[in-house]
Design a protein around this ligand. Structure first.
Ligand code: TNX
Length: 510
């Protein structure tokens, strides 16, 4: 039974597996070297397997102990062994060795598995972390904990592989966000974009405008009046640290000039007539706008950007800009012309939904493409002027959309997105006039109008995040191979209690 599964995995592995030596089949490995998600660039199974036992030692330079500790923790969860992390292992020890300083590109790594040890090399800790995620998937869920022999050489196709979580429509707690970071980072997702404000609620403490959270984040400020809550600055800093130690950079988003009803409930002076709108807990969009002609608007925006930039070690600050249907086009452009440079003033790269490309100031910015079409004149024109793009086409990458008509959660305005649909497209050629050289990567947005719990989040995100992560990391795609690897991955989610969607397109291993 086990041999049959292994043979199937090897047979379906990517064509880039250059040799599947019989020795690999003879070794008592339960997981094929070619079973990793996202698929590594090169996989060469050969030689004898390495068996992890309770005396195996993890060796790493002190500067990489953080990554080594992550590996030890992951192996403890799978094997039950508490492996020691040391900077110099005794000569006789069987070692998993982590080394930095290799002449490799960003996040690239080399993994070699031999009978007497495992070696992982990278330029720096980010590459080691990526390699550790690969190694985790090669360790069987049940003993003997044998890792198949051979070599993997790997590097990412795109530098930006993101997921977005909407904590405005329903607030999600720091513990839930951390769990999400744990899961997405295993697929080498390296950015988490947090959608921190919307019509229903405001979810990040801003000291200069305290009512944003005392009013805008109060109990009952979620869709249907469910939930409420916000992140204090201490919560947020802790999340940034937690994410960084998983090589995930947090991108904060404050959505404007639309999607601002919660801010205007808290501060009626942000409306043109100065009258507070009613709090909204429905899921309509496109009805609110900041008052473009009032100076207080820009004091507000600058205060928010300044405080958010100070909380953000990462390069990007997202200013939304989508669905501003209550703002005229001229006002929208005037607003962006003033606001996009404010992001640069506080040392960050401006990032916004693709509508920002209507403003010339977006030429220095990053645009997140969410359109349904493969053509977008304004985006293509901006790209010709230097705008960089993150691909999130709603009909392919929006993981809040239902899988099929029977999906209990999610929306369906962009169509149904089964796993194969999420997998079968190319971010490098998707939009006319947006060549791969202009694409920084892709992102999977998870809007939370219908999602209240972490189980709801997991059900919509997984397995589609695995598919999208492969598009971001691996240079080629092969649905049959992915399907096989995903089916074999299912028990890992089950073991961690992740409530993934058991898509009928996949033959799930038990
Ligand atoms: C569109 S697409 C939105 C969000 C909604 C989402 C629901 C975009 C940038 N904005 O306001 O939550 O659809 O799928």
């Amino acid at each position: 039974m086990r041999i049959t599964r292994l043979a199937a995995v090897l047979a379906c592995a990517l064509p880039l597996i250059v040799a599947s030596a019989p020795a690999a089949l003879a070794a008592p490995a339960a997981v094929g070297l070619g079973s990793v998600i996202p698929a590594p660039i090169e996989v060469h199974p050969h030689g004898s397997a390495f068996k992890i036992t309770k005396t195996t030692v993890i060796e790493a330079p002190r500067s990489a102990f953080d990554v080594a500790d992550r590996l030890a923790e992951a192996l403890r969860q799978t094997t039950g062994y508490r492996l020691r992390v040391v900077s110099h292992a005794p000569g006789h020890a069987k070692v998993i060795s982590l080394r930095t300083g290799a002449r490799l590109g960003p996040e690239a790594y080399r993994l070699s598995v031999r009978r007497d040890g495992i070696s992982l090399q990278a330029r720096d800790n980010a590459g080691l972390f990526a390699g550790v995620q690969t190694l985790r998937q090669l360790v069987p869920l049940r003993g003997p904990f044998t890792v198949a022999g051979g070599d993997i050489a790997d590097k990412p196709r795109f530098g930006y592989r993101g997921a977005m979580l909407d904590i405005a429509r329903h607030f999600h707690t720091p513990a839930e966000i951390k769990r999400y970071i744990d899961e997405i980072s295993q697929f080498k997702v390296n950015y988490l974009h947090l959608h921190l404000s919307d019509d229903q609620g405001w979810r990040i403490q801003i000291d200069s405008w305290p009512r944003l959270t005392t009013v805008g984040g109060a109990a009952g400020t979620g869709v249907d009046g469910v939930g409420g809550g916000f992140l204090t600055k201490a919560d947020y800093r802790d999340l940034v640290r937690y994410a960084a130690s998983r090589y995930v950079t947090i991108v904060p988003e404050i959505d404007m000039p639309g999607h601002v009803n919660a801010a205007q409930v808290a501060y009626p002076e942000l409306t043109c007539d100065g009258v507070a709108p009613r709090p909204r807990t429905d899921i309509d969009v496109g009805y609110s706008s900041l008052c473009i002609g009032k100076e207080i608007t820009y004091r507000f925006v600058e205060d928010v950007i300044r405080e958010l930039a100070a909380l953000t070690p990462g390069p990007y600050l997202h200013i939304g800009g989508d669905e501003a249907h209550a703002t005229t086009e001229a006002d929208y452009i005037a607003f962006q012309q003033r606001v996009l440079p404010l992001v640069a003033k506080y040392g960050k790269k401006a990032y916004g939904w693709n509508e920002i490309t209507q403003a010339p100031a977006a030429h220095n910015a990053v645009a997140q493409y969410w359109g349904l079409s493969r053509e977008n004149a304004s985006l293509a024109a901006a790209v010709a002027q230097g705008t960089k793009v993150i691909m999130s086409p709603a009909n392919l990458a929006y993981v809040d959309q239902k899988y099929d008509p029977s999906t209990r959660l999610g929306l369906s305005w962009a169509g149904f997105i089964e796993v194969q649909k999420a997998y079968d497209w190319d971010p490098g050629t998707h939009v006319a006039g947006v060549p791969e050289s202009a694409v920084l990567g892709l992102e999977a947005p998870l809007w939370s109008e219908t999602l209240r719990s972490i189980d709801d989040i997991e059900f919509m995100a997984f397995p589609r995040i695995a598919a999208l992560a492969e598009l971001g990391w691996s240079p080629s795609r092969d649905w049959e191979s992915f399907r096989t690897r995903l089916g074999a991955y299912g028990p890992r989610w089950t073991a961690r209690g992740v409530d993934f969607y058991p898509s009928p397109q996949i033959d799930w291993a038990r």
